[in-house]
Design a protein around this ligand. Structure first.
Ligand code: GUN
Length: 289
């Protein structure tokens, strides 16, 4: 048996089309054009690529983008003061500060300063608490939101299924577990220190792997017919001198065992920015209500 390969590029395009239609309806109803502020601190090359993509896609779906490039040595006070101005600006409905931030800046203080109603990353403690208490019509972290959409593309109902999330980060693992719990899965959270990881994987109907450890999960670790979502994306050098992107799951093995699986690249990756667009539209709709 070969698994159904979940096409993240196609599903992300579907989400962007829905957002573009939503923007048109909002404008037709007299609402304001949604605006997203993207703040980039320093020169991390990967962050530059992500931010350029976020800005481009914001424009593509008919929203306004506002990009702020700050030097790596910007003071925390100046960054917080910019966020204060963005919080007060009615043309801006979403604020995203790209991570990682330089060491001298306290990331927790930064996310706590973003107005929760403009927190399109869903990282502000108020939004984290809302999701943890089962409030689902709130701004929710983009990658887990995207993963749920991918899972729902192959399952009508996941209530009662066993889900294992590997990785306990604030950006993916923890909110992912909350969303699966809210969908009435029986959820476990594991991480790279978990003992008997392979045996636990083999029990999971839905396996979400988000560790950043390439090739952590083998085909033999996957329950036959399971849905496997690979959030990991790591660039590795090859003997040929070229590099390639790999996930946390050995795809060529797992595809022979799983019922459905996401590839890397082209699985979860495209969903994150598409869901950022959806969150920005949600924030703009809430501001117009
Ligand atoms: N850096 C890597 N992923 C993310 C994300 O989802 N949001 C932000 N703000 N920074 C990131």
């Amino acid at each position: 048996m070969t698994a159904h390969i979940i096409d993240g590029n196609a599903i992300a395009a579907e989400v962007r089309r829905e957002v573009a239609t939503g923007v048109t309806s909002l404008l037709a109803a007299g609402g304001e054009q949604p605006g997203l502020a993207v703040v980039l601190v320093g020169n991390d090359p990967a962050s530059h690529v992500y931010v350029a993509n976020k800005v481009r896609q914001t424009d593509t779906v008919g929203m306004r983008s506002f990009r702020y490039d700050l030097p790596a040595d910007v003071s925390e006070r100046d960054l917080l003061s910019l966020i204060g101005r963005l919080n007060a600006d009615d043309a801006i409905h979403g604020i995203l500060v790209q991570f990682p931030l330089p060491q001298h800046i306290d990331s927790r203080r930064v996310v706590a300063t973003i107005n929760p109603e403009k927190d399109v990353d869903g990282f502000n403690p108020l939004n984290v608490g809302r999701v943890a208490t089962g409030m689902m019509d709130v701004l929710t972290p983009c990658t887990p939101l995207g993963v749920m959409r991918l899972i729902r593309s192959v399952h009508d109902d996941i209530a009662g299924l066993g889900a294992l999330v590997i990785g306990a980060s604030n950006v993916v693992g923890r909110p992912m577990a909350q969303l699966l719990l809210e969908a009435q899965c029986t959820v476990s959270i594991a991480h790279i220190r978990t003992t008997d990881l392979a045996a636990r994987c083999r029990q999971a109907d839905i396996l979400v792997v988000a560790t950043g450890v390439p090739d952590l999960i083998r085909g033999a670790d996957v329950k036959p017919g399971a849905t496997v979502i690979d959030v990991g994306i790591t660039r590795v050098d090859q003997p040929s001198g070229k590099s390639r992107l790999v996930g946390d799951v050995i795809f060529d093995e797992a595809v022979k065992v799983a019922g459905a699986i996401t590839p890397v690249p082209g699985g979860v990756g495209p969903m994150t920015i598409a869901c950022l667009m959806a969150n920005t539209l949600s924030a703009a709709r809430a501001a117009a209500a």
